[in-house]
Design a binder for this molecule. Sequence first.
Ligand SMILES: NC(=O)c1ccc[n+]([C@@H]2O[C@H](COP(=O)([O-])OP(=O)(O)OC[C@H]3O[C@@H](n4cnc5c(N)ncnc54)[C@H](O)[C@@H]3O)[C@@H](O)[C@H]2O)c1
Length: 383
Amino acid sequence: MADNLLDRFADIYEEETAVDTGKKVRVGIIGTGWIAEGHIEAYKRMEDVEIVAAADLVPGKAEAFCKRYDLPDVRCYESDKAMLDAEQLDAVSICTYNCQHAPCTINALEHGVHVMLEKPFTVTLDEAVEVIKAEKKSGKILTIGFQPRMSENYQMIKKIVESGELGRIYYMQAGGGRRRGIPTPYGTTFIEKETGGVGAMGDIGTYSLDMLLNAVGYPKPLTVTGYTSNFFGTDPEYYTNHPEYAEKFGVEDFAAGFIRLEGGIVLDFRISWAMHMDSCGDSLILGTKGGLRIPSMECYNGDLPAHMKIYKTVAGKEVCFEVPKDKAPDLFYKKLRSFIDAVKTGGEATVPSGQILYNQAIIDGIVRSNALGHEINIEIPEI
Ligand SMILES: NC(=O)c1ccc[n+]([C@@H]2O[C@H](COP(=O)([O-])OP(=O)(O)OC[C@H]3O[C@@H](n4cnc5c(N)ncnc54)[C@H](O)[C@@H]3O)[C@@H](O)[C@H]2O)c1
């Protein structure tokens, strides 16, 4: 009878297994900079996770990081390679700057380790393809760190589209963006070509792309006309205390793209770290039966500054109503918890690489189209 009872609650039982503290997941951190702090704070709250190792290329940085987080038993290394060769790990968080995402992820997968990779997925489409090849070969989980996916507001956007209330979607506009917000308070790894690789698109644009593309089921991008510029980042007067950063600036601080997606949807994208405007505007989803307005926001925190609005014609009247909004608490913890749950239960990646491949293909396409000065086809190889 007890067995029957357990069978009836199989789902709940599985969830309990996920936090079974008898089975600790052995985790390593690669890159102990700013965002690694979010990872370590979340992992420290999980009784079924043991942080066993940390690596950073800067000598002493991983040690200082572990000291700050009161982790005296964590073994520290000066590269991802040294750590992966020496340790038997179940999983890693890859928190390096963008240009090291692909090599570190491939290396971890080749060592048979599950990977939580910070966004953006990679810098180029070619790198993303190589990472997915390594993922497929390894059979391990690779998930990309888009915490807004855990937000009920974002989930609501997808639910609204899937409900059919908007009809057939034909146009999407990505808004948001910053007036002054080149992320240099913690150094220059975001703005240098050798470390960041891409700028505003990889930092914040990738989130707004994910918000919209995920809502409509991640259709394949087909063509793109892209534009990028760097007028603010390369101007010494932009930086109050560090005019020398202008010399180091090697990425874009503004980008725009017009993308045709499979299924007849067009995506009108723009993103900014700096411009003479308060915002690139709201995000819009237009369908044959309704439209959704998503207020301009910093997409990374999953919060909404105002209500989303749905526009429809009802009984011959043009109406507009507000969508209830939710707070988006603890998204960072939830993203890491969902990764650990997937590792423990053999579950699916919350944010699969196969989707983010298309996100990366758009960013890569905008860079290439800008360099060529005309529209290009987006060619994504079968993997
Ligand atoms: N999810 C989010 O909300 C969020 C927020 C900020 C940054 N990020 C992403 O996190 C990543 C890191 O950002 P950050 O601000 O922490 O950068 P950072 O420059 O502060 O830290 C990166 C660290 O990685 C180390 N590193 C690089 N290659 C390495 C390697 N092969 N082995 C070991 N260490 C290596 C560097 O020495 C550096 O200390 C970026 O890709 C960024 O886009 C995500």
